[in-house]
Design a protein. Structure first.
Length: 154
């Protein structure tokens, strides 16, 4: 599946290091027509560079639109998902971006910390393929169609 390479026009930022989960999420989003403007980063450090327009994403300026939603795994290399969540929600420029944690972690401490730092939703990845695809389609429907936020054009 072809991935979005235009990092200035992004509806969904997917922060996921597992290539199998990335592929499943992208396929599911595309199947339900939520996958047109998805950009994928593979670790927490790259996510922060993307969101704040630093490093290899320095071309992302204040005029670049924030994603409509960030789908964030917690168990990431370099910088954890919890740290990404905390930094995004603590910054005035990005705190209103909805963040949905999609993780295999069933740890109560991860759930509590996520909500403490301001996560908008916490979804545990189902083990079965069909259940995982259904969960992603519901996340896409809610955040891309039903939810209204302050930073959308419509």
């Amino acid at each position: 599946m072809e991935r979005n390479t235009n990092f200035k026009e992004v509806d969904i930022l997917l922060v996921e290091d597992d290539p199998n989960d990335v592929e499943l999420i992208l396929r599911t989003l595309k199947k339900y027509n939520f996958g047109n403007q998805v950009y994928v980063v593979k670790d927490g450090e790259e996510a922060l560079e993307f969101i704040f327009g630093t490093g290899k994403y320095a071309e992302r300026t204040a005029s670049s639109k924030n994603p409509k939603v960030i789908l964030l795994d917690l168990k990431l290399p370099k910088v954890s998902g919890l740290e990404v969540l905390q930094k995004v929600k603590a910054d005035e420029r990005t705190k209103e971006i909805p963040i949905v944690v999609i993780t295999s972690s069933k740890e109560n401490v991860d759930l509590k910390e996520s909500y403490k730092f301001g996560v908008n939703s916490y979804v545990i990845k189902p083990i079965k393929f069909d259940d995982f695809a259904a969960a992603i389609s519901q996340v896409g429907l809610y955040w891309m169609v039903l939810n209204k936020s302050t930073h959308t054009d419509d």
